[in-house]
Design a protein around this ligand. Structure first.
Ligand code: PLP
Length: 426
């Protein structure tokens, strides 16, 4: 199968022969009975171990200002932790909040506040509008779409490119429809495409005219510091860009240490204009007397400073970069030159984005399941789980041990080949 002849050049007989060889490999894999799983965008145990020094921190009970972290208070989070992440996220400390353990929860809080109260630049609460629509670059993060669906917010898709969302299309939509109140962007090493929003695209989105006066960019910088190579992407400073273009409250940034320290016990961050941060805290303060400052302090002690975070991320990269390389090696060996699949070689983040022949992604996922391999459901990276081309599959290589990852990728290749041969053989 490695002759690297495009499969579309093969005769019906050749396709048949290919399919039957691959079906044998598939049956052999199924007979082994091993259970493999590349669905989970989670750190592996070895990555979590990197932060185990935190298990015996903090060593102090007071923060820099002398406040007892064991007690109530300090809604916006520890100043020293906000300083570290302000530096990493290119914002000012007064623009950033250090909160609980999940940035996704912060995104939900902001959406709910927008629906119930409206933003400081809203004519009325969003829930009072006839309808609210978000622009969703696809493929994108499934939970972003699930959150909107749950809250009754409509979704309109735009293509994700190597440079970020298709800015022409975003600008056209945002200018034409006042129900379009916002958009998602994962600016750095996007889930799942791995793309990084360029300075130029960020500037356009920050400056574009929008029919809604209170358009919000949900700038989810979940992978801001999650580099896999020495070529470290620097995210655009969207908050300053928007403010410079006369839209100071347009951008809201989110980030967390979920994939830096521990995914269940990290710290999440929100950053925006000082006024919009105050708006967020005002509503948050009705339901919270303060965050878990003990956890925040142990993060401060563990990292020391922003360089401590960068150094820690290099240790993550040592563990996971070889896994991403292995995915590329197997896929290249098995599928390279066949014209039936493309995939990216991300330089950061947690995912590999695999595109197979249109109409075969769900078949590939079903075949994989028969062979004992769990793949993320086809369509998961699209609103309502609907990939109109049925072409996209998200691979998450960080969690499985290397030997399992190799076996999983060989199975992926087998399933892609079978589905392609079936499709082309008609
Ligand atoms: N945003 C993106 C783009 C993600 O991929 C993830 C997790 O996979 C999250 C947010 C979740 O972040 P948190 O753990 O801070 O809620």
């Amino acid at each position: 199968t490695n002759a690297a002849r495009p499969l579309s050049d093969l005769s019906a007989e050749e396709l048949d022969a290919l399919a039957s060889t691959q079906r044998e490999a598939h049956a052999a894999q199924a007979a082994k009975g091993t259970k493999l799983d590349v669905t989970r965008g989670k750190p592996s145990a070895a990555q979590l171990d990197l932060a185990d020094a935190m298990l015996s921190l903090p060593s102090a009970t007071k923060d820099r200002a002398g406040t007892d972290v064991r007690n109530y208070g300090g809604l916006s989070g520890l100043t020293e932790l906000r300083e570290i992440f302000a530096e990493l996220l290119w914002v000012e400390p007064e623009q950033i909040v250090a909160g609980g353990n999940s940035s996704l929860t912060m995104m939900r809080d902001v959406l709910v506040d927008l629906l119930l109260f409206g933003a400081i630049d809203s004519p009325r609460p969003w829930a009072k509008e006839d309808k609210v629509t978000f622009i969703c670059p696809v493929p994108g993060y499934d939970r972003h779409f699930g959150l909107l669906e749950d809250l009754g917010i409509e979704m309109v898709t735009v293509p994700m490119t190597d440079e970020g969302p298709d800015a022409d299309e975003v600008a056209r939509l945002a200018a034409s429809d006042p129900s379009i109140k916002g958009m998602w962007i994962v600016p750095t090493y996007a889930n799942p495409t791995g793309s990084v929003v360029t300075q130029e695209i960020a500037s356009r989105l920050a400056a574009m005219e929008t029919a809604a006066p209170d358009f919000k960019i949900f700038w989810d910088n979940a992978y801001a510091v999650h580099h896999l190579t020495e070529d470290e992407a620097k995210s655009a400073d969207v908050i300053s860009l928007a403010s410079g273009a006369g839209h100071p409250h347009r951008a809201i940034m989110f980030a967390s240490t979920s994939k830096i320290t521990w995914a269940g016990a990290g710290v999440a961050f929100l950053a925006s204009s000082v006024e919009q941060v105050a708006w967020y805290l005002q509503h948050l303060g009705k339901g919270s007397i303060g965050p878990d400052k003990v956890n925040q302090l142990r993060h401060v002690e563990f990292f020391g400073d922003a360089e401590g975070v960068r150094a820690h991320m290099r240790r993550h990269a040592e563990i996971i970069a070889p896994k991403f390389a292995e995915v590329d090696r197997v896929l290249t060996e098995q599928l390279g030159g066949l014209g039936i699949a493309t995939w990216n070689r991300p330089t950061g983040g947690y995912f590999v984005n695999l595109d197979v022949l249109p109409g075969t992604a769900s078949r590939v996922v079903a075949l994989a399941k028969e062979a004992g391999l769990s793949l993320t459901p086809a369509g998961a990276s699209f609103p309502h789980g609907d990939d109109p081309q049925d072409t996209n599959i998200r691979l998450a290589p960080t969690m499985p041990p290397m030997s399992e990852l190799t076996e999983a990728m060989e199975t992926v290749a087998t399933c892609v080949l079978i589905a392609a041969a079936e499709k082309l053989g008609g």
